[in-house]
Design a protein around this ligand. Structure first.
Ligand SMILES: [Zn+2]
Length: 533
């Protein structure tokens, strides 16, 4: 007999709590894009923001959205000493075009006294009245019990009374917030267990912050104790150290038996495969480099370096992988480096789609080339596309698309007509494409930028293959290379379909190193696009 699985709900607050992150500033368009993405993923609740508190959120809630998710507005319960009909903040919240309202209220007696400067009873009345007013408006209601765990530790009776006031008056969910993020998993499990004796668990949610790096663990601890709603954000975005990371929570719920056998969530298997994409898309919007070491979705999450591991993983992936990377839209990566053996190289070639026999002498030659170049400062484990090109070159399958006959980069600092000191950078590149010679010039905000723009301005018949090429990250490291310092440049590129690759360049001269990495990126794109020669 198959046991019916219990429904577990996911609530995303990227647009509200996540928007409170240092340095994050979403536009209206950003918010709509993210909401659409979460909706498609199958997130049950999307908290859009704080209508009435700022123009973007007010506009967001006034806008037409076609979403299946329960789009939720966030705001405070009525202020102490006011009636619900005489509180402009509450009025804006009640008027907002939202499917649900998530109120935040104090549940720690210390905060009621010190921060709110009111009585415990007035705070309870404010919760009751606000929930009642939202109910009269026909909204689904959630109550975020702020500082619930800290409050519960000092005055469990009062913390619980706040939660009960909301539940008894018709709130669909009472959300227990670890607002300061300092509660530990065993404490969460114990306290949520006690709360669930007074309020049914399928009306209890958890909102964990990551200040002890246990927001994800705390969320699961709450679920184990009976809570049935998890609040979190994409990539764990959020104030201070962030919120519980839904990008880690979702795969665990779907792929780990303790949860998968017991619970059903709104995210389908197909949605799960989109996680890498969603995680990177948010980074993109925030102009952040993705965390390569992020669990499940990071570039390194399924990377294996040592040769002995690699040879085992090729035989059976279960030897070194806790889940199948493709389920989350990620992929296995066998790092090719100085330490790697033939099996890494063979496995990586197979993944790239290059067929070569196990005893082909060119494999040994490739391995030698990798070792030699890594000794000079290259690092292929960070530059998959440059490795692929090196492999294809050793195997003789990279066409000579074009030659850069000459380039010239000029940096000039001078006074402009307004008497301001400015730096002007200009690059000129002379390229030979077949019989055709092309000269392109471009100004940039630095030598590498100018060189990149000039190089990609006109590649003749190949131009159409690189039109959607975009540089998204540029990293420079100075390596201590004996007598002379060497510069290592890593460039991450992306195409129109969102596929990414990294290339590398090494030289004592930063322009040369950048040029190599740029060239590799362009040639890689041409190979990938199967550009005809
Ligand atoms: Zn929060």
């Amino acid at each position: 007999m198959v046991m019916a699985r219990e429904r577990l709900y996911l609530f995303d607050t990227t647009l509200r709590d996540g928007a409170q992150t240092n340095g994050v500033d979403f536009t209206l368009a950003d918010k709509l894009t993210i909401a659409g993405m979460l909706d498609e993923l199958g997130i049950d609740y999307v908290e859009g923001g704080y209508p009435g508190a700022n123009p973007t959120d007010t506009e967001l809630f006034a806008s037409d959205r076609k979403l299946d998710t329960t789009f939720t507005a966030f705001g405070m319960t009525r202020r102490p000493g006011r009636s619900t009909s005489n509180d402009p903040g509450l009025a804006a919240l009640l008027e907002a075009k939202a499917d649900a309202i998530c109120f935040v209220a104090k549940s720690w007696d210390f905060h009621v006294k010190v921060a709110l400067e009111t009585t415990e009873e007035e705070n309870l009345a404010s919760i009751r009245d606000s929930v009642g007013a939202a109910k009269a408006k026909g909204r689904e209601i959630l109550l975020d019990c702020e500082h619930f765990f800290d409050g519960y530790k000092t005055n469990p009776k009062y913390a619980l009374a706040c939660a009960k006031a909301a539940y008894d008056n018709g709130a669909r969910w009472v959300v227990l917030c670890d607002t300061n993020g300092g509660t530990l998993p065993h404490e969460v499990e114990k306290i949520v267990g006690e709360v669930c004796k007074a309020i049914p668990g399928d009306h209890v949610g958890i909102h964990a912050h990551n200040d002890t790096e246990q927001a994800v663990a705390n969320s699961f601890a709450a679920v184990r104790a009976g809570a049935r709603q998890i609040q979190g954000t994409i990539n764990g975005l959020g104030e201070r150290c962030g919120n519980a990371n839904l990008i880690s929570i979702i795969p665990t719920l779907k792929l780990k038996r303790e949860f998968a056998d017991k619970f059903e969530i709104g995210v389908s298997d197909g949605g799960l495969k989109e996680l890498v994409h969603i995680s990177r898309k948010l980074d993109d919007m925030l102009n952040r480099a993705p965390d390569r070491y992020a669990p499940y979705v990071g570039e390194s999450a399924f990377a294996t370096k040592a040769g002995i591991h690699a040879s085992a993983i090729v035989k059976d992936a279960n030897t070194y992988e806790h889940v199948v990377p493709e389920q989350i839209g990620n992929r296995r990566k066998l790092l090719v480096s100085e330490q790697s053996g033939k099996s890494n190289v063979l496995a990586e070639l197979e993944r790239i789609g290059i067929k070569v026999g196990k005893d082909d002498p060119r494999v040994v030659r490739l391995l030698e080339a990798v070792k030699e170049r890594e000794a000079a400062g290259f690092s292929y484990e960070a530059a998959d596309a440059s490795f692929e090109l090196l492999a294809r070159r050793v195997l003789g399958t990279v066409p000579n698309y074009f030659d850069v006959a000459q380039f010239d980069v000029n940096v000039e600092q001078r006074y402009n007509a307004k008497g301001e000191r400015v730096t002007v950078t200009m690059a000129v590149v002379k390229v030979k494409v077949g019989e055709e010679s092309v000269i392109s010039a471009a100004e940039g905000n630095g030598p590498v930028n100018a060189l990149d723009l000039a190089l990609r301005k006109d590649l003749g018949k190949y131009q159409k293959y690189i039109d959607d090429l975009k540089l998204i990250d540029y990293r420079v490291r100075i390596l201590d290379g004996g007598t002379e310092a060497v510069t290592r440049v890593l460039i991450e590129s992306e195409d129109g379909a969102g596929e990414r690759w990294t290339t590398i360049g090494i030289s004592p001269n930063i322009i040369d190193a950048s040029f190599q990495a740029l060239m590799d990126s362009i040639v890689f794109k041409l190979v990938k696009s199967k550009a005809p020669t």
